[in-house]
Design a protein around this ligand. Sequence first.
Ligand code: GLN
Length: 190
Amino acid sequence: MVKVGVLALQGAFREHREVLAALSADTVEVRTPEALSGIGALVLPGGESTTMTRLLRTSGLHGALSEVLRDGLPCLATCAGLILLASEVLDGRADQEPLGVLDVSVRRNGYGRQLESFEAPLDVEGLAGPFPGVFIRAPVIERTGPGVAVLARHDGRPVLVRRGPVWASTFHPELAGDLRLHELFLKEVA
Ligand code: GLN
């Protein structure tokens, strides 16, 4: 099985590592461009996308990550991780330049204050029963570009999308107590 790098600048990277370890995947924390060598897949966790974008710049990972992702490295991005990948961020900070490797427009904190965090069962393409969607100050995908497949929706809006080897969710599968989404991703990329 491939070694999975987990971006570990900030946010829920430990939880992703735990899920991957439970699936017997070998993981490594990524904090520098050097840590990208030798990995066969990458996880971008949730957290705070403005902070993460700043740390991507100061660590030199901004350029290094866009390069490996453009070269086809499989990636599972969740919540703030999806915001990092997007081609357009709405309601972001002025200096929040995303990596632009997934053609979606995403609105930060798109559910507003009243619905900041919630759970909802999701019908996910490729999974047999409902998957528990944990949404925490989640972004909303407002546009998907050509070639971006929608694998799950909530209230009609895409919450899990995929373009080739790049998967991205607005919810937190690493907090769901359900390993199936990580398992599906690993199965496809291993
Ligand atoms: N609202 C956060 C952001 O803009 C994302 C929230 C999350 O990752 N749970 O980065």
